[in-house]
Design a protein around this ligand. Structure first.
Ligand SMILES: Nc1ncnc2c1ncn2[C@@H]1O[C@H](COP(=O)(O)OP(=O)(O)OP(=O)(O)O)[C@@H](O)[C@H]1O
Ligand SMILES: [Mg+2]
Length: 422
């Protein structure tokens, strides 16, 4: 089968600080006038926003594009949507393309909402009649009925994106290209966008979706391309690419901490903890743990004398230093110790972590059953990564607190309630 999208050795070079081509607007003319008063700007350095990017997309595939700010995601989508010309390489698309790019592209700001719907439809090659059939659906989805005859330049950015998404998704494109729409709308609109994109892909059409929302990418996309500094860093199953990307974003700093001279040690402590390592139990090298994963806290120690009942306490705190939970092997048991030990390592596994994505400081207490010998506050950090733990693509809002607790739901209709009462 022919690919729906074929990208071959695509590259895009920009001149940093260069004015965009086209007629200058007022700001640019002012800027030019100001520049003319001062010294001439030095020649703009060149910069590659995309380099050697190649991939194929099968018809019906739903692909996520992830990467840090400035990685080249929007540039790639603009080339695919024929808004920007590549410096070299090729991008071939088979089928009608609907695209929703950053605010400011796609719509004509002087035209009204209604006029823009018709303009976009005809750019997609639809007849006036075809657009007319879809019109009400688009307007209802966007929720902009009252503003249909207002020029879109007067729209709020939220309204603008609602209408732009509605147009891109409803005008029956064979390829839907969406850049970051979920960042703008409110929660209810984001839900509807996710639902619509799922419906478009279920209808066998191809979707390319750029987002910083990793839960949405994992949920919606089967495959994911990770762009790093304009190059393809990974291309594979969405689950694993997103996990790798998350881990790279965290870096390896903070995963392993030297405790010999730690500033968080209390003054009455006798130094005994030497190192701590916090890692994902399923991938011992990964410094961060996905939600509901298992964290491994490994503490290397050396006492002055052998100790017969080594005891480690771990307290997990939120960003405001409030303890969320704490645990030690005195209360849980389960760390058999056949003989006194002077030096070694205690490994504590925290399974099924009920934490929201974030960074959690850890306090460590090492000693015997009855005595704390070495106490270090904020000895290390536990980093929890987002994951699609409910399989819905959604997580509780960050302001709902640091704990993510599962729930089981049931709805009982009123007539059944009455029957139960009888
Ligand atoms: N018209 C332009 N002129 C000069 N540089 C540009 C232009 N457009 C984009 N760039 C640069 O190209 C790089 C890639 O930008 P792009 O918008 O594609 O990144 P992105 O991955 O979409 O980032 P974000 O996640 O912030 O949206 C950036 O360094 C950006 O500053
Ligand atoms: Mg972008």
């Amino acid at each position: 089968m022919h690919p729906a999208i074929r990208v071959q050795n695509l590259a895009k070079q920009f001149r940093l600080g260069a004015a965009p081509r086209g007629r200058p607007n007022l700001t640019e003319r002012l800027r030019g006038a100001v520049r003319a008063l001062g010294r001439r700007a030095p020649a703009a350095p060149e910069f590659w926003a995309l380099r050697d990017v190649s991939f194929d997309v099968r018809p019906g595939e739903v692909i996520g594009i992830v990467g840090r700010n400035g990685a080249g995601k929007s540039t790639l989508l603009k080339i695919l949507s024929r808004i920007v010309e590549p410096t070299s390489g090729r991008a071939e698309l088979r089928g009608r393309v609907g695209s929703l790019l950053e605010v400011g592209t796609g719509f004509h700001s002087e035209l009204t909402g209604r006029e823009n719907v018709y303009l976009n439809g005809s750019l997609l090659g639809m007849t006036r009649h075809e657009i007319g059939r879809k019109f009400d659906e688009i307007v209802a989805f966007a929720g902009v009925e009252q503003f249909l005859d207002t020029p879109v330049k007067r729209y709020s950015s939220g309204m603008y994106v609602r209408l732009a998404f509605a147009v891109a998704a409803h005008l029956e494109p064979e390829i839907l290209i969406v850049d970051e729409v979920l960042a703008v709308g409110d929660a209810e609109f984001q839900n509807r966008c996710m639902g619509k994109m799922r419906a478009v892909s279920a209808g066998g059409r191809t979707v390319l979706f750029v987002s910083h929302n990793m839960t949405a990418v994992q949920n919606l996309c089967s495959r994911c391309v990770w762009l790093r500094d304009g190059r393809v860093a990974a291309d594979g199953p969405a689950r694993t690419v997103v996990e790798d990307y998350n881990r790279a974003a965290v870096g390896s700093a903070g995963a392993e901490v030297d405790l010999t001279m730690h500033r968080g040690r209390t003054s009455e402590s006798v130094p005994a903890m030497r190192r701590v390592r916090v890692a994902d139990a399923t991938d011992g090298r990964a410094p961060a743990v996905p939600m509901r994963g298992t964290a491994r806290v490994e503490v290397e120690f050396e006492f002055e004398h052998p100790v017969e009942d080594v005891t480690l306490g771990v307290v997990v705190k939120d960003g405001y230093q409030t303890p969320l939970f704490g645990i030690n092997n005195k209360v849980t048991g389960g760390m058999p110790q056949p003989r006194p030990v002077r030096a070694g390592r205690v490994v504590c596994q925290l399974a099924d972590l009920p934490l929201m994505p974030g960074v959690y400081p850890l306090d460590l207490f090492l000693g015997t059953r009855t005595l704390n010998i070495d106490t270090i506050y904020n000895a290390a950090e536990l980093t929890v990564l987002p994951a699609d733990v409910f399989g819905t693509g959604h997580l509780p809002p960050p302001n709902a607190g640091p704990i993510c607790w599962p729930a089981v739901w049931e709805l009982v209709p009123a007539d059944q309630l009455e029957r139960k009462v009888d």
